[in-house]
Design a protein around this ligand. Structure first.
Ligand code: SAM
Length: 277
């Protein structure tokens, strides 16, 4: 008998993946967690029935969350990651030698625990001495740490359950205050096919708080629609004008991000550009 995982990405559309083996299923304090091994994408972390990351395509999202902002900021010594419990963004952040400290704040310790056990290729960065892991609410952490960080990355789940406050204007204002005077932040902001209004709302909020805001995209096949967006807010540095270290970037151990992608990812299809005009 064949076993299939189905994710309803909207009320009337979804994806399905044939499962080879179920590794863990647990209702944590915050969400339904599962890790399954699928024929097409390998091991897959699911939260509340949604694909979070997979062994086969995780590199696209984790590289595109971490490298554009860390290549733009000239001296990203202290980095905060809100969410990101699978550890993928931590692993990519550590590829930047200027980063002295990475603080990860995820509300659900079980995500970290099971990612270490079943997704070692993704969570391998947790053992690095530059990394500090805090199990807690990113919303609270942001408001309790003023003027602390050069870069903040928000790698949260969709705006449901504990992640709802992470898409509200007050959170972005809190990020502004947690950043140093030349700080930058980036957040994943879902897809333009099914969540256009979320992209527009976040963009409007960020524009009212930061002098520089930028949206860029990446291909993440197992995320809704496959076309994913990220939005940056910056106090000083503009990713479109800062001269990046192309030689360093092209030497980095990446499979998606390159110096050319750094430029190209900010070029938007017209229907996306119009969302944030
Ligand atoms: N890349 C995935 C995506 O774009 O949907 C997200 C991956 S990561 C597993 C998402 C993490 O956000 C989860 O581990 C979840 O526990 C965490 N999270 C949700 N709400 C949070 C909050 N308020 N504070 C900190 N972490 C939170």
């Amino acid at each position: 008998m064949e076993l299939w995982f189905n994710e309803k990405q909207t009320e009337t559309f979804g994806i399905t993946a044939r499962i080879r083996e179920t590794l863990v299923v647990e209702k944590t304090e915050f969400q339904d967690l599962a890790i399954v091994d699928t024929f097409e994408f390998g091991r897959m972390l699911l939260l509340d029935g949604m694909v979070m990351t997979t062994i086969k395509d995780e590199f696209t999202y984790h590289e595109m969350m971490a490298h554009p902002v860390l290549s733009t900021h000239p001296n990203p010594k202290r980095v905060l990651i809100v969410g990101g419990g699978d550890g993928g963004v931590v692993r990519e952040t550590l590829k930047h030698p200027k980063v002295e400290k990475v603080v990860l704040v995820d509300i659900d310790g079980k995500v970290i625990e099971y990612s270490k056990k079943y997704l070692p290729e993704i969570s391998c960065g947790y053992s690095n001495p530059r990394v500090e892991v805090i199990v807690g609410d990113g919303f609270m952490h942001i408001h309790e740490n003023k003027n602390q960080y050069d870069v903040v990355m928000v790698d949260s789940t969709e705006p449901v359950g504990p992640a709802v406050p992470l898409f509200e204007r007050g959170f972005f204002q809190g990020i502004y205050e947690a950043l140093k005077e030349d700080g930058m932040f980036v957040a994943q902001t879902d897809n333009p096919w099914f969540k256009a209004e979320l992209i527009q709302k976040v963009n409007k909020d960020i524009k009212q708080i930061f002098p520089i805001t930028r949206l860029y995209t990446a291909n993440v096949p197992t995320y809704p629609s496959g076309l994913w967006t990220f939005q940056m807010g910056s106090k000083k540095y503009d990713p479109l004008t800062v001269e990046i270290d192309a030689e360093f970037i092209n030497e980095m151990d990446t499979k998606y991000y390159t110096a050319s992608i750094h430029k190209a990812c900010f070029v938007l299809p017209r229907f996306v550009e119009e969302l944030v005009k």
